[in-house]
Write a protein that binds this ligand. Structure first.
Ligand SMILES: [Mn+2]
Length: 322
């Protein structure tokens, strides 16, 4: 299925529930809000609901305050269809999936190679830099002008998912779209300041507790971090250092695969494992062995069990592919 099917879905439906993945970052929020703004321009009704709150680096996004956090009040929301952005499967939306118990039609807009085509209309472009780049295409196809708020969201999604235009998913098209978005008068230094230079002092100090847990193996080809949940208590909404940590790992000479093991808060006994690869290892394949997925160079999985056991298994699996 293609862009054409997505366009037909958008034209036909009028009352949308929009969501993106848990622990949302730039592309989840950027594509979600830009899609919401598109629907508003088309005169449609739409409500955004996410399982988690907004990390502090993204609170500057237009309309971000309109996003509802999943809870009892979300149960009463009326909608005729659902749009899911930047999610490889329905589980990535977390609890929000429960809102669609009656099986209303679902539109899936995603760029993960691991996408499970879980919806009624699946528009999946594994070569797109980001879900935001796909939403940009929707604007074009539907003939809706991109105004400044939409441009900010699309730019944030594209720039964060490409690591500020330096990962391998960056193409000439990515730059062309970014150039067009900049013409809407974006304050680029301020956008980057908000996202990357806005860490509360106490969170930066957390690095002092996490960095001793950085290790490497396989002759330096694998670098990993482990974060135990006692470090994160009372910090659920603030903690946005995963991306910082993964970048530090990537910056280490000879590091081919970087892994972050983070115990999830709550009682389920889950560990979130995030992977980055800058070598031949396909971390989408590795993550899929543990029930997750993503992209060849960036992926993740949520695994049930003890951090030490999961870490041992995951590292052994990576070693096989080095
Ligand atoms: Mn994405």
């Amino acid at each position: 299925m293609s862009l054409k099917n997505a366009v037909a879905f958008v034209k036909k439906q009028n009352n949308f529930l929009i969501t993106a993945h848990t622990n949302p970052e730039g592309d989840a929020l950027g594509s979600e809000i830009a899609f919401y703004l598109l629907l508003k321009k088309l005169g449609k009704s739409a409500v955004m609901v996410n399982e988690d709150g907004i990390p502090y680096g993204y609170t500057f996004l237009p309309e971000v305050g309109v996003i509802k956090k999943f809870g009892k009040s979300a149960m009463g929301i009326k909608f005729d269809c659902m749009a899911v952005l930047d999610c490889s499967d329905m589980e990535r939306t977390g609890e929000v999936a429960q809102l669609n118990k009656t099986g209303k039609p679902v539109l899936n807009i995603d760029h993960h190679i691991s996408n499970r085509k879980f919806a009624d209309v699946n528009w999946v472009e594994p070569h797109a830099s980001s879900a935001s780049e796909m939403v940009y295409k929707l604007y074009k196809e539907l003939g809706v002008a991109i105004d400044k708020p939409a441009a900010i969201c699309l730019y944030v999604g594209i720039s964060t998912d490409t690591g500020s235009f330096r990962y391998s998913n960056t193409t000439s098209l990515t730059h062309k779209i970014a150039a067009e978005l900049l013409k809407c008068g974006l304050d680029v230094p301020n956008i980057y300041k908000n996202i990357y230079e806005n860490v509360p002092y106490q969170d930066m100090k957390l690095l002092a507790d996490i960095l001793p847990g950085m290790h490497r193996g396989a002759g330096g080809k694998i670098v990993w971090f482990s974060i135990h949940k006692n470090l994160l208590k009372n910090r659920e909404l603030c903690f946005d250092l995963s991306e910082h940590l993964l970048s530090y790992g990537r910056a280490i000479k000879d590091a081919q695969v970087v892994v972050l093991f983070k115990e999830n808060l709550g009682t389920k006994g889950e560990v979130r494992v995030n992977f980055r690869s800058q070598g031949k290892v396909d971390v989408n394949k590795i993550a899929s062995c543990f029930g997750g997925g993503g992209h060849k160079a960036a992926s993740g999985a949520t695994v049930h069990g003890k951090l030490v056991d999961i870490r041992r298994k995951v590292l052994a699996r990576i070693r096989k592919d080095l």
